[in-house]
Design a protein around this ligand. Structure first.
Ligand code: BGC
Length: 336
């Protein structure tokens, strides 16, 4: 009984005080993305543009095409356009700290989106998935399929902190078996700019150097898996060698359905994009973000972080996780 008046007051005052959605009207938010060549980043962009439109946010988007200095210049340009918040998915984790310097000087808040900006002593937020867990899902899966044998280990771009986290998570499972001598790692390489063509070349080299005797491949995402699978296919080995992936891109899901790729990891970009716009609106409003004490270390200090959960996808749960949730269309995944 006693609580009722307080609740009513809170409800009434939330209507009297300017409602948050109205405040978002016209607020300028900058978005800097690494690429639009990968379906994953196309989806992030689409979600954020749709969410921004719904909330009346003036979203200004720039795409760097995997070029660190272009990203700095594009962000300077966004800053000069009077944005309140910058959502930044860095191409180069470390050199992007310059962008945080410039934004902070202009009083602009930054959300490091999906990929963590490293080495900055300044304040910003990090919004991503639990990327160590992504790697753990990949490592646990591949070692459960192949606990003894010859491994190719591919990692993503060396400029992307996520690539290191994915590898670290996967290695928790692979390394103990390698130390025991059960697993022999014949290649352990980062893939420049996450390029599928690079992954293909590396896989070709590994196959040639080992007379095609490769038992398992750790591929960090669907793009690089696609490249590696092309090399396997050329040797008649697609579908015979277990290989991981990530992103639940349509091409990856098709390969999982057809059996040439063993798994992928679903990171719901719809959720991530929506959260980014919500967080940006709050920051533009001067509201702090409650990350419930969660942080990720950026080499200089802990950065308050919101981390969403990744989900493993195999042939068995593909329909439930990707099709039923509307992320991918059944007709496209199972096309002939
Ligand atoms: C993202 C992955 C993506 C990769 C290549 C990573 O930072 O987390 O989802 O596949 O970059 O763009």
């Amino acid at each position: 009984m006693k609580r009722l008046p307080a609740v009513f007051l809170a409800v009434i005052s939330s209507f009297l005080v300017a409602p948050p959605l109205a405040q978002a009207k016209g607020v300028k938010i900058g978005l800097s993305l690494p690429t639009q060549r990968e379906e994953r980043w196309v989806k992030d962009r689409q979600t954020m543009e749709a969410e921004a439109k719904k909330r009346g946010v003036d979203l200004r988007v720039q795409v760097t095409d995997n070029d660190a200095s272009k990203q700095v210049a594009q962000c300077e340009n966004l800053i000069s356009q009077g944005i309140k918040v910058l959502v930044l998915a860095p191409h180069d984790a470390s050199s992007a700290s310059v962008i945080i310097d410039k934004a902070s000087k202009a009083g602009i808040k930054v959300i490091s989106y999906d990929r963590l900006v490293l080495d900055s002593p300044l304040d910003y937020y990090y919004l991503s998935f639990d990327n160590l867990k992504v790697g753990e899902l990949q490592g646990q899966f591949i070692t459960s399929k192949v606990s003894k044998g010859t491994y190719v280990v591919l990692a993503g771009s060396p400029t992307d902190n996520n690539a290191k986290l994915f590898r670290e998570g996967a290695m928790k499972y692979i390394k103990p078996l390698a130390d025991k001598g059960d697993i022999k790692i014949v290649m352990d390489q980062f893939v420049k700019d996450w390029q599928p063509s690079e992954a293909q070349k590396l896989m070709e080299q590994a196959l040639t150097a080992n007379s095609n005797k490769i038992d398992a491949v750790l591929a960090p995402n669907d793009g690089t898996a696609g490249g590696a699978i092309q090399a396997l296919a050329a040797q008649g080995l697609a579908g015979k060698v277990p290989i991981t992936g990530q992103d639940a891109e349509l091409s990856g899901a098709i390969r999982v359905a057809q059996g040439t790729q063993s798994m992928t990891v679903f990171k719901d970009t719809r959720e991530l994009g929506k959260r980014a716009i919500e967080m940006a609106i709050d920051l533009a409003d001067g509201k702090p973000i409650d990350t419930q004490g969660r942080t990720v270390f950026n080499n200089k200090k802990p950065i308050p972080s919101v981390l969403l959960e990744p989900v493993i996808v195999t042939k068995d749960n593909l329909d439930d996780v990707l099709v039923k949730s509307g992320y991918l269309k059944k007709g496209q995944v199972y096309r002939k």
